[in-house]
Design a protein around this ligand. Sequence first.
Ligand code: PLP
Length: 386
Amino acid sequence: MKNFKRLETRLIHSGEPDPRIGGAVSMPVFQSAMFEYAGETSYHDLKYIRLNNTPNHLALHQKLAALENGEAALVTASGMAAISTSLLTVLSAGDHLLVQDCLYGGTHDFITRDFAAFGLSFDFIDGDDPDSWERKLRRETRAIYVETMTNPLLQVADLKAVVEFARANNLISMIDNTFASPVNFRPPEWGFDLSLHSCTKYLNGHSDIVAGAVIGRADLVERIKHRLDHLGGALDPHACFLLHRGMKTLAVRVNYQNRSASAIAQFLEQHGAVARVNYPGLKSHSRYQRVCELFDGTGGMLSFELTGGREAARQFIERTTLPIIAPSLGGVETLLTQPALTSHAGLSTEDRESLGITDSLIRASIGIEATDEIIEDFAQALEAVG
Ligand code: PLP
């Protein structure tokens, strides 16, 4: 396979069939549940959709691995399929996980509610305080799990320390890289063993499928594929096709979203009706230096609180006309959500408050509309609540 130098080029050309199938410029959809037996010697290699190995899957695997400079990659039926299948592969009954305390709600719920049924245990760690991790370490600890930027507060853990700690203690390092996307951060380049994605978000970018991905060490990706074959979380070929198509514009979209979200975060920060803005690209972000060192761009996600609290947040959301009020993120359209009512509704109010997720927090996923039009709309909505 050709080795293209830059991510923008890899998005278009890596993993594409060579020669092109029937000369097709765009990858055709192989909507066939099974393929003729061709002498495969292992169950996992039989060509069957659930075994995640149609030409659509294989092209995506190569493209995704190339994007983050990972050894291998695997697509899955959803981000949660990638996360749960990976955790259920690297951990066996009796094992223990160190996990960052502020997580995407679905991952939080899986770990806190389902782990016990599999005989697994965990301890939360403060991703910003590496000195405290040792105390939580057990003989049966096997992995450490963090997110590149936390949802919805956009905190950035000491990611270099995570990799160092994992290496020193023989742990598998895992990171959910959904918020950054491979454009802004590539975990394998920093030594992470596994990078996980909800491709539902930036990688696909068009809010029309659910999909997930695992990128990283080839030996681990192979073990995860075998478990996925049993658990059944394969991605349908038509969703593969849409993901493949969406990914081609990833760099164009995310680079635009980086710039747009930065401008919007700056606008919000200087506005009198806004109490606090969480955005990694702001100099006021508590880990701004770390962000500059690790990331190529600061992303399209931000969250903020209004001085008027919960009622002002409700009114602001009601008065905006351009964003769509919906959960999820990473698409071409700007979305607003209140995490306490959506992604983190599964947590108790006390747990949410202790994490800093107040009922008045608003999260924005900035799309690719004209930046000044989003700012204009936010300004008129703030005017009304201010
Ligand atoms: N990880 C993060 C950071 C997310 O925001 C989400 C979904 O919102 C997921 C994982 C789960 O992905 P999916 O909805 O594709 O299962």
